[in-house]
Design a protein around this ligand. Sequence first.
Ligand code: C2O
Length: 517
Amino acid sequence: KTVTYDFNVTWVTANPDGLFDRKVVGINNQWPLPTIEVDKGDQLVVNMFNGLGDKDTSIHFHGMYQNGTNNMDGPSMVTQCPVPPGSSFTYNFTVNQNGTYWYHCHTDYCYPDGYRQALIVHDTESYFHNMYDEEFVLTMSDWYHTLVEDIAPHFITLANPTGAEPIPQAFLVNDTMNTNLPVKAGKTYLIRLINVSAFVAQYFYIEDHTFKIVEIDGVYVDATEADTLYISVAQRYSILVTMKNSTEKNYPIVTVADSVLLDTIPSDLQLNHTNWLEYNSTAAHPQAVMKVDVASDLVPYDDMTLIPHDRMELLPDADLTIELSVVMANLDNGAGYAFFNNISYTKPKVPTLYTVMSSGNLSTNAEVYGDYTHPMILEHNQVVDIVLNNADTGSHPFHLHGHNFQLLHREPSYGKHFYDYEDSTDGLTFDASNHKAFPQYPSRRDTFVAPPMGNFVIRFVADNPGVWFFHCHIDWHLAQGLAMLMIEAPTQIQERMTIPDAAYDTCKAAGVSYEGN
Ligand code: C2O
């Protein structure tokens, strides 16, 4: 079936933390924004009108593979032109996957202004469908009192040479300060957790309850008992929670911001939030008793040890290894930027997908795309490893559009910041004779955290022709250029893709050229 949403995007006023009225991006005059709900196999159509008046925009459907519909992926200047005020853009694609996703604007940095919400693909055939009675969605978000356009001039500037990220004023769950989930004794609930923050990761636990993890980032995993999660920006977890048999008490659902990420912690910033499994609306709603003094002493479940329910095996050894070093540094002008190797991503003058379409035989030549976009040409069906060495003292959640990837290795924080291909104490090597040291059924997801002064190795197959952004999902770091492009099978893109005229009309309206580079 076709599921259609009409999104009239305009500024509205909201005060979700009860502290401050501010302008936020609303849809059809409302904020919080509507959750997109579909079934696998549906055609999803989103007619978006940009009524913001003063700001370009676009929508990315985070985690959707967009196989065959790369032009619907959403990031401005990657797969489309920004949609200027007064213009429309229609997203139209088939949803061929299950699970928990979200949508957010993807034009420069924009979604901290509230343009983000859940996208749920319902599945009555999941292996756990008969194991729960009802479901809830819980989004977690950091919250700023300042518009992105007012933060920006103070961020990548001389005045901020350390690149210190803006500190949020509040943290929200379901776009409010405290949330009640009304539950019934003895029942089991599926809770879909989504961190839609711009910056800050969250710890999550429920007092006196354990749960079973059944999904991460759209990948079903064997039901695995856990009591604490660490959910970075853009990550999702679905958990099954079984209620106690008595209705005497309400139990805190606790979210704790990872304050290690914050350069300064204002004394009035509330890091812990209590929400409730509400068994009894007339009983007390107790505040959480913190398990420990510091969130970083919480022990979250290790996502690398989850086993995908589909038992997809470790992919064969990589045909191509991309080694990236993450460095946060100053440019000559003293402003803070972020680099993969020595490149800080700068957007091109023509959306890169359109450069693929207009460059004929040259499309396989990386030079066509400009060094400053950090293009990596992948061949169709190549197995690709990304070895990411994080030379920064901050952690970074990396996201690859158009794919999920296998999690092969993650060094502990402040371990070795360069991945060691030979070191047998890792039990890990790229040597074919030894690759079984990697998990047989590696965990997969679409957003994975690189530890501070550590590294990770991920693997995927380039089986989805398209131009795919790979970037840090901390929106401030994306603004600083911590991004690059995977230009996957450009010849196949040219053969399979047609860009509708309406998309080029968007470019004309935006005054952006769509041919050449
Ligand atoms: Cu949520 Cu470029 O991604």
